[in-house]
Design a protein around this ligand. Structure first.
Ligand SMILES: [Zn+2]
Length: 393
């Protein structure tokens, strides 16, 4: 089966291209915020829902108005795509996968998407609409043989780096079936605890980077507002942020690839469930972002490689339940890392016990339905957990 996959590369646009991109990003941002405002007003003031088609027509009218005629200076395709992105953001919101969309700011990451009719792909080079020269792309790895880009998204991050994400359709072969399965719990202290008893921590370099980041942020705060030095300090903060994000993503990719390769089934709890039982601090918020990204990587890779990801999205007392006897504690505060079951006397590491329970629930879901299912549809009895395989050493 053909699958869509994106490949991301660094881009070094020429000065003129930078200006063109900056205009395009600006227009996309404007259109996004304009459409978000329109949709929100229509919903709250007039009790109406605006759809892509309505907004697309309104955008055509907007481009003809004197005050916003500058929107016609850039390719119309990324603007249309912006409306599609907004549509998807709303869909995610209504289906409970995301927060209500917020306005885009100039200081955040900028992006514009060009579909096939808005760029030229020739001799391995990509030229965007309204540009006369191809982009200088560093092809760090080749696109798969025989594929051609169906759309490209060009972005600029807060550290002023440019990237291109190239979407292609390719044949991805499923991995040979594996007898293994595993449960993963978002750890409190470490990144993830696995039902096999393994704990995967955040690599040490995060701590080092975070110290550097804190120092850079303090320096930035001390500089006079509007000064050149403050801008320099801001860039430095952004660069460190970008490096942390890169390393974290790399770490998550390696881990998700490994779990997908080794296991036929991977069971995880979704964050909606997590947030019901855990508190919210900044450090945890960052932790959560990593978790969402991790789960979505697993989701993609499970699709590509023919694996099953079971997302436990209904409430289940994974931390408070003793994996060995099924006893459920009345309460378990966040600071308790190790506890002893009053019923059977087994000593549990909090996160690993939770991962084992998640694994067990996932197994019952698979057994009940055989196929990929939403656990919400299946009744999970704690007793069933005993039937699961003993975790490997
Ligand atoms: Zn017990």
């Amino acid at each position: 089966m053909k699958q869509k996959r994106a490949y991301k590369y660094r881009v070094y646009p020429a000065d003129e291209q930078k200006q063109q991109l900056s205009r395009t990003f600006g227009c996309c941002r404007f259109v996004f915020n304009w459409a978000l405002r329109k949709k929100t007003d229509a919903f709250y003031k007039d009790n109406q829902r605006l759809y892509y088609k309505d907004l697309s027509e309104a955008l055509t009218r907007l481009k003809k108005q004197d005050a916003t005629v500058w929107l016609s200076e850039v390719s119309s395709v990324p603007l249309q795509q912006t409306l599609r992105h907004l549509d998807r953001a709303f869909l995610n919101f209504f289906e409970g996968r995301g927060a209500y969309p917020t306005f885009k700011k100039k200081c955040n990451q900028q992006a514009a998407t060009f579909t096939g009719n808005a760029f030229i792909w020739r001799d391995g080079k990509i030229t965007l609409a309204k540009m006369d020269k191809p982009l200088d792309i560093r092809w760090s790895r080749p696109l798969p043989d025989g594929t051609k880009p169906s759309s490209v998204t060009i972005s600029k991050d807060c550290a002023d780096r440019y990237f291109i994400s190239v979407l292609v359709e390719e044949e991805i072969e499923h991995l040979p079936a594996s007898p293994e399965s595993i449960g993963a719990d978002l750890g409190l202290k470490d990144f993830v605890a696995l039902s096999s008893g393994e704990v995967v921590g955040n690599p040490k370099f995060f701590a080092k980077d975070e110290k550097k980041l804190a120092r850079a942020q303090r320096r930035h705060a001390k500089k006079k507002k509007g000064s050149k030095n403050r801008d320099k300090a801001r860039r430095r903060v952004a660069r460190i942020h970008a490096r942390i994000a890169d390393r974290r993503r790399d770490f998550l990719h390696k881990l998700s690839t490994r779990l997908i390769r080794e296991n036929q089934t991977i069971c995880v709890e979704t964050l909606a469930v997590k947030n019901m039982v855990k508190n919210h601090t900044l450090a945890k918020a960052i932790h959560d972002v990593g978790w969402s990204e991790f789960v979505s990587q697993l989701d993609d890779k499970a699709d590509w490689y023919g694996r099953t990801l079971v997302k436990i999205d209904r409430w289940y007392p994974s931390s408070k339940r003793c994996f060995d006897c099924g006893h459920i504690l009345d309460s378990l505060t966040l600071d308790v890392r190790v506890w002893t079951c009053p019923e059977c006397g087994v000593v549990h590491d909090r996160d690993i016990n939770a991962a084992k329970n998640i694994h067990a629930v996932g197994q019952t879901v698979i057994e009940a339905c055989g196929e990929r299912v939403r656990p919400g549809a299946v009744k999970t009895k704690p007793g069933n957990a005993r039937r699961s395989r003993k975790p490997k050493k």
